[in-house]
Ligand binder design. Structure first.
Ligand code: N01
Length: 548
């Protein structure tokens, strides 16, 4: 359905009148597209505002060499349309960025979504007008729009973190960030490249950059655990089996989902109940299967330090057996808890350090001092470089929301509200911000699950809620403070009962100087789904509903 526009788009500047919609969705990634589809099906006028010039969100921006998903392709896709999931065929076990972006473009075309998406429109602010009970959304261009409902589909990992090193502007070479990669690609042939960071993005790109560059220097602050991705062409027999009952597969996935999907092969044994020889066999099996399923090699991996240490030692053993230079191997061995930072899945990462053109530099003890016109200085030494790649991650989960100026009731800003860490009810809604919904917000399982089914669960809940409000002629939904407080406490309690808070991860905001240290995702899938369903079945328990 097309938008109900009060005035033409061309007159829509900060000084001019605003366009009016039933719902505005910020972001055209997996979340925004699914939300658009559901709300349009209800007959609502909907506008999606997207900063990029195409759909895809994360998969639009992260085009760095080697960018690939770490959730299996058959699971990392929409389930809202049976014929879509039947007709689409994935080439590999884990899909590369280009294929996922192609899929999302296909979805946008197949469901004729582009007509309701405004590209090149970065939202700068959203203000709730209490008298009108509507949101006014402003873009950086000055364009303004109003809507009854505002859905933030801005992603968990979409606000790039670029550390502000001394001399950043002085470097004469090229600087790239993995999360804002040039669309035309980068040719590193013959270049001396430096890469800062050894998280998932770096671990995927390092082997490929190393093959191209004349020389690659990796500046590592904290070593990371990584397991082989074991990517390969998709098994067509398995694809046929899944497609024969995709709905049943999804149902099992939703019901039994272990954190990252991965086809229900979680172990049911405690590693501490096994002899050392049996443990090695178990870990070796999961190492060979490949991917993040390694975290489910035992039931106690993420809750028992002693159990976790056996996995840590197994991976360190692998690193030592792969990397020939002993000093480099030791530098690459983490001493943290496996999985408390997101586990990485790689293709030839550790092997890359055996190449003669790759050097690892420790910047933990001697942090990066400055960028210079010719390169980068650390430990009193200048490294001469032609290009520097920032693989320095994101201001995760809250960054994309807090970089906008969002104001709820009585002019309360989200920055003020979250000054000591994010507070939400169910990760979906915030006290003081009526009719604003967040897809995969802090306090929801989001990044600790397979994102696509989690996103669809949020989209369905939000869509059902909006339909209920309209049918009951209610104007606003907003959580009550007791429910929000109880939820935040519950999220913290569950997080604290695991090993997750034990290291400086982005889950805790610890990668961003000054960010409050709060464990942001909710560890509780699929119980979380039941909770959301129960809240709705009980007439929106924990929410205040109001008439116009
Ligand atoms: O970012 P990160 P990422 N000086 O935050 C270092 C998802 N993802 O883009 O650990 C020196 O993990 C920082 O060091 P430290 C996935 O969920 C998924 O790689 O803070 N170094 C770290 O090494 C992932 O977890 C996929 O000490 C600095 C690195 O930069 C998330 O995105 C692929 C520094 C940042 O690592 C983020 O991954 C890619 C400084 N001042 C990403 N500041 C897949 O699906 C930061 N660092 C496979």
């Amino acid at each position: 359905m097309s938008a109900t526009q009060e005035k033409s788009v061309s007159s829509n500047t900060s000084a001019g009148p605003a366009e009016s919609y039933d719902a505005i969705i910020v972001g055209a990634g997996f979340g925004g597209l699914a939300m658009l589809n559901r709300l349009r099906a209800q007959g609502l006028s909907v506008r999606v505002l997207e900063a990029g010039d195409g759909v895809g969100g994360t998969w639009y921006w992260n085009r760095y060499p080697g960018a690939r998903c770490d959730v299996e392709s058959m699971e990392y896709s929409y389930q809202f349309d049976e014929s879509l999931q039947q007709e689409w065929s994935w080439p590999e076990r884990y899909s590369g960025q280009a294929v996922i972006l192609k899929y999302l473009n296909h979805v946008a075309d197949r469901f004729d979504m582009r007509k309701d998406i405004q590209f090149n429109t970065r939202v700068s602010g959203a203000v709730f007008d209490e008298a009108a009970q509507r949101w006014t959304i402003t873009a950086e261009s000055g364009a303004r729009m109003t809507a009854k409902y505002c859905v933030m589909a801005t992603g968990c990992l979409s606000a790039p973190n670029t550390p502000d090193f001394n001399g950043s502007d002085s470097f004469k070479g090229d600087i790239y960030h993995t999360g804002k990669w040039p669309h035309q690609g980068v040719d590193f042939t013959g270049k001396r490249v430096g890469i800062i960071g050894t998280g998932s993005s770096a671990i995927q790109s390092i082997p490929i950059i190393a093959e191209q560059a004349a020389h690659l220097t990796v500046f590592q602050r904290t070593p990371n655990y990584s397991v082989p991705a074991a990517n390969r062409p998709i098994d067509r027999e398995m694809e046929r089996e899944i497609k024969a009952d995709y709905a049943g597969f999804r149902e099992r996935e939703n019901r039994e989902q272990i954190a990252f999907g991965s086809r229900f092969q979680a172990s049911d044994v405690s590693i501490l109940d096994l002899s050392p020889g049996e443990r090695t066999k178990v870990y070796e099996k999961y190492w060979q299967i490949g991917g993040l399923l390694f975290l489910y090699a035992s039931t106690d991996m993420l809750i028992n330090k002693e159990a976790n240490e056996t996995a840590a030692e197994f991976i360190r053993g692998k690193i030592r057996s792969i990397v020939k230079d002993k000093a480099t191997a030791e530098l690459l061995c983490p001493d943290t808890v496996v999985g408390c930072k997101r586990l990485c899945a790689d293709t030839g990462y550790f092997e890359t350090y055996n190449r003669p053109n790759v050097k690892l530099v420790d910047v933990e003890l001697a942090p990066i001092e400055e960028l210079t016109p010719r390169g980068l200085r650390t430990g009193g030494k200048e490294y001469e470089l032609d290009c520097i790649v920032f693989a320095t991650g994101f201001d995760a989960m809250t960054g994309s929301l807090l970089r906008m100026d969002i104001k709820g009731r009585k002019g309360l800003s989200l920055q003020q509200k979250w000054s000591e860490g994010p507070r939400t009810y169910l990760g979906l809604t915030v006290v003081g911000f009526p009719n604003m919904f967040i897809i995969s917000g802090p306090g929801s399982p989001s990044v600790l699950t397979n994102m696509v089914p989690s996103i669809e669960q949020h989209v369905n809940w939000i869509s059902d809620t909006i339909r209920d409000l309209r049918e009951r002629q209610l104007s606003c939904i907003e959580p009550v403070v007791e429910a929000e407080n109880a939820w935040v406490e519950h999220v913290n309690e569950v997080g604290a009962s695991t090993l997750f808070p034990t290291c400086n991860s982005w889950y805790l905001g610890a990668n961003i100087p000054g960010k409050p240290r709060v464990f942001m995702p909710y560890l509780g899938f699929p119980a979380y789904v039941e909770k959301c369903n129960q809240v709705r079945a009980n007439g929106y328990e924990g929410f205040a509903l109001s008439k116009a």
